[in-house]
Design a protein around this ligand. Sequence first.
Ligand code: XMP
Length: 327
Amino acid sequence: TWTMLNIAEEQIERVREQIGDTGLAICGLSGGVDSAVAAAIVQRAIGERLHCVFVDHGLLREGEAEQVERDFVAATGVNLHVYDARETFLAALSGVTDPEEKRKIIGREFIRAFEAAEVAVLGEAADQGEKVGFLVQGTLYPDVVESGGGAGTSNIKSHHNVGGLPEDLEFALVEPLRTLFKDEVRLVGEQLGLPGDIVWRQPFPGPGLGIRIIGEVTADRLDILRRADAIARQELTRAGLDRDIWQMPVVLLADVRSVGVQGDGRTYGHPVVIRPVTSEDAMTADWARLPYDVMERISTRITNEVAEVNRVTLDITSKPPGTIEWE
Ligand code: XMP
């Protein structure tokens, strides 16, 4: 719409004014809508002077790394630096089963990987006589209000939503979404021609699939969960329910096995849990009454197509008392 075009243009102009004619900006992409839209706005404002960094921690869902590396780049033309940290994350998570421990490790490794990527970008920039002076973040209006910041001014304190950036960053923050709500961000994203899968992505936690495997996170388990999750998402989309369902985690109970029967053979596989919820803001949530035929397709397809999974269960707990994620 006209209004959204105005919002996008206005933010692009503001970024252009803030950054000026020299200096580079760096932006971490997560695969989510906020960082993508923030980057797209800054790209429009300063073009090649924006360097985006994508840390591939291997905990994203099927197709999500490609959405960033291929589709987002094709749609925006951003300068993208991919940092492959998949092995590092797996090694760091080896043997870890405690949820809080997992979160700490993922957060710490993410900062390390982002810093390493940043150093590489800074090095390249220095070689060309340029200095990176700006850090782009996808902070939304509700985050600004929540952290008590006034409107307008940027500062050098980092916000939590990139997973806790280092304290000693000497960047000025560029936050082109500071005045916007989530639905406005999505509309701006559409206006800027970003891929629909990114613009309309449901909430997904920073620690990714790492907190949807109950038990140790391994490459094999990630692979199983990724395939089951992709089927569940496909069927939700096919049923036209993406916007009615707030999110639908698929959880792999990796240390649990149960007996089943497939053809004329006995199976001894893992259960997955599907957790569809409706919510306004994730603070509270209700378990979603998915249509039976949708549940049936999800169950049939997962047990047919993912050999390691022989049981699909449904989480019918609201929040509270259950949280949306299992860890
Ligand atoms: P819970 O499980 O606490 O989740 O009901 C509430 C919402 O927050 C998401 N979530 C996270 N998002 N980093 C994030 O960016 C995290 O560590 C994290 N943990 C949970 C969750 O998906 C839900 O939307």
